[in-house]
Design a protein around this ligand. Structure first.
Ligand code: PMP
Ligand code: GLN
Length: 385
């Protein structure tokens, strides 16, 4: 999956699909990034920081103002009390994940993830020469079976990467499942790594961080970023929160990855994290309405449609349209309907594609008029059959 015929790493599916959208002029519902700017206070804070000369290397662990804001955010939203010294600022959640996996695994260690999984996990696990063990998520609810989790986590497990809210399916793990994961981590001396980048974009049940559960914090690396919450994916301001020995081990690796990044954007994201509750509620509500618009359009076009509880994406099952290979279908979709989506098989190991072959991930984090236009164009698919 990672390597092309030439033996080199292939471009990610997101880069490939965005290039396809640019080349074809199709609407890009592939790569998950919003097409509208985030809160003006946050944008203004970045402009101000640049004017005030916040333009050189920030401290290796991140700027104190942001580390304090992350600590305050964890307490305000989840009741998790942490000291800012337990916060490490990173170049997006991407770098937090990379540094964590590289720091905490050795060759042959097992790393458990859900499947489908965000592509970076597979790449980094392979860079670390660790062994990737997966637990399947099946339609319609895309939640893991508890017996599958029990079978996957063993004494060989070093890390359990938990992505909730989940990309690509939009599922949100219920409390019982999170509690089981804490129990399994204790039983098998594993470390939990949580990818919570969609933490504020939930449409029903609230997000529960594993580190807020009894016994959770002491063996969890909590990862998030400002990209989704504040519609600033290009700023790449992320962070992790963990007990001190884990923070130290991960920071030691991080200093050789980017060392530091995004000086003027760090205080701006700190402003965002302190915005009033109404901002966070409105961001989720706006996105839920967009989910509904795109979902209705997909259903009208003949797709089977999942019901994401969070995040940026909805899964359309193209099998009612006679599609058995979503990868091929996604390559043809710009010509067929002027829309780009991502095949869910891109998030699945090549040997385990069964059950995912007809599924397409569509991003709904776009302007309403763009979603409506995409829906109208997709509606043509049904009549074209
Ligand atoms: N994890 C998940 C589940 C994601 O969807 C993404 C991408 N948006 C990331 C991590 C990377 O986040 P960032 O852009 O903050 O590096
Ligand atoms: N997280 C974004 C997505 O799932 C893409 C990030 C990337 O391009 N690596 O679409």
């Amino acid at each position: 999956m990672l390597l092309g015929d030439d033996g080199l790493l292939r471009p990610t599916i997101f880069a490939e699909m965005s290039a396809l959208a640019t080349a074809s002029g199709a609407i890009n519902l592939g790569q998950g990034f919003p097409d509208e700017d985030g809160p003006p206070e946050v944008l203004e804070a970045a402009r101000r920081a640049i004017s005030e000369g916040v333009n050189q290397y920030p401290p290796g662990m991140g700027m104190p103002v942001l580390r304090e804001a992350v600590a305050a955010h964890q307490e305000r939203f989840y009741g998790i009390r942490v000291d800012p010294s337990q916060v490490l600022v990173t170049a997006g959640a991407t770098e937090a994940l990379a540094a964590t996996i590289l720091a905490l695994t050795e060759e042959g260690d097992e790393v458990v993830t859900l499947e489908p999984f965000y592509d970076e996990y597979g790449a980094l696990i392979s860079f670390a020469k660790a062994v990737h063990v997966t637990v399947p998520l099946r339609a319609p609810d895309f939640l893991p079976d508890h017996d599958d989790l029990r079978a996957a986590v063993t004494d060989r497990t070093r890390l359990i990467i938990v992505n909730s809210p989940h990309n690509p399916t939009g599922s949100v793990l219920p409390r019982e499942t999170l509690e089981l994961l804490v129990e399994l981590a204790h039983e098998h001396d594993a470390i939990l790594v949580t990818d919570e980048v969609y933490e504020h974009l939930t449409f029903g049940a609230a997000h529960i961080p594993i580190s807020s559960l009894p016994g959770g914090f002491e063996r969890t690396v909590t990862i998030s970023s400002g990209g989704k919450t504040f519609s600033t994916t290009g700023w790449k301001v992320g962070w992790l929160v963990a007990p001190p020995p884990l923070v130290a081990a991960i920071a030691a690796v991080k200093q050789y990855l980017t060392y530091v990044n995004a000086a003027p954007f760090q205080p701006a994201i700190a402003v965002g994290l302190a915005l009033p509750d109404e901002y966070f509620a409105a961001a989720a509500a706006t996105l839920a309405a967009k989910r509904d618009i795109l979902s209705a359009g997909l259903a009208a076009a003949g797709f089977g449609v999942s019901r994401p509880e969070a995040g940026y994406f909805v899964i359309g099952d193209a099998s009612p349209l006679g599609v058995s290979d979503a990868a091929e279908f996604c390559r043809a979709l710009p010509a067929l309907a002027g829309v780009v989506g991502v095949p869910v098989t891109a998030f699945v190991h090549p040997d385990r594609r069964a059950g995912f072959e007809s599924l397409v991930r569509f991003a709904f984090c776009k302007r309403v008029d763009v979603l409506e236009r995409a829906a109208a164009q997709l509606a043509g698919l049904r009549s074209a059959r």
